[in-house]
Design a protein around this ligand. Sequence first.
Ligand SMILES: [Zn+2]
Length: 469
Amino acid sequence: MTKIGLEIHCQLTKLESKLFCSCKADYREFEPNTNICPVCMGIPGSLPLLNKSAVEKATLIAMALDCNTPAKIAFFRKNYFYPDLPKNFQITQLNVYGNTSIGWEGKISVGDKKIRIRRIQLEEDPGRLIYEGATEKTKLTLVDYNRAGTPLVEIVTEPDFETPHQVREFLYILSDLLENLNVSDPGLEGAMRADANVSIEGGSKVEIKNIGSFHDLEKAVHFEITRQQSLAERKIEIVQETRHWDDGRKITVSARTKEEEAEYRYHLEADIPWVRINDHTRNQLQTHMPESISSKKERYVSKYGITPQVADILSSGRYFSELFENAKNETNAKDIANMITTDIMGLLDTREKRETSKLNAEHLSDLVESIKSNKITRASAKSALNEIIKNGNPLQQIITDLDLGHVSDEGELSDIISQVLNEEIKAVEEAKQNPEIVNFLVGKVMQKTRGKADPELTLSLLKKHLGID
Ligand SMILES: [Zn+2]
């Protein structure tokens, strides 16, 4: 089984200032190296002052992802030398003295798949290296520190993804959520970056670093799975390694250096005191919170009697839950929910398809109503659905255009049944011994009427013709 885990870095772009100083969090408009100060440059003697809003916004993300949140948080120094890191250490979080990062053990549903969140931490973004040409061949590298110290939230998942498609859907759900929480604008260049761990059945874990956008993340994962499968087919060992995503060529390339967790010499950041997050703060944050996925799910179950499995699938993404909310009323909620999860999700399984779809809430409630009142069969509803998604015409017009109306006229149905009985002589004989075979004959009638025959009437007429009850 393919296993994919993600580490997502999300800038809190809606904040005014950086994580530990008063330089602007929105660094994108500045000339290089003009949005800096002694704190974010790590000048000896300067002291960091923690941005309270950053802690609140990060906690909001943790709460929205159903994470546990700690009574107090701590910061750590992660020591390493790299030109984009002027202090030679990054201030980040680590769960070694108990759980002191912003959140841990959360979850998010992607369709019917549950993705566990291992932890969420708050940290500072390094500066930005600008290479001339390809990274391996560049002769000149420039450094811009405007970004250094920008608040960053790291979201680490368990290796619960099995396909690039699940990765993509997760990213859409996550970016919807971050936008809804008003903490980040995922569309901004560099606001979302990610690392991914990918391993195929029987292979070693390969880490891909430096994936610059959500769009490339899916591509990188797809490329890496294909690369590993091709090695496995040729019986070549897949080595455990770190690879870089080459943005220009859209491939992963082996990184020459190996980084180990222990080499960072983490230790408590003594310049920042532990910060208490009390219930009052949490309650305050809760009032700003759009309805969480889990409470939405509970509402669907308790108010509309939808099964927990269906509610889970329905509440995970914004598109489908909005469609549900707009189409449902007191009496049809369960049917609407079932139609979305059994038929519509399969037809609109990518964002591109959802964006071009002409289906709206009115179509959906009309469809459910027409099935209920025996105007069309479920099979015809499926054909209508395909058409609605393409052209958005009103249901009634589609029923007329495609001639999808129910065949519930006894005379008309009897004629069709006689035809079927004449054609299926062997099945007719068998049906007299084995009533199960009658269903096969119902299927044949459905085929002839292109799914329009009233199933119950068909069954009773068939039995009458065959002389069984
Ligand atoms: Zn600064």
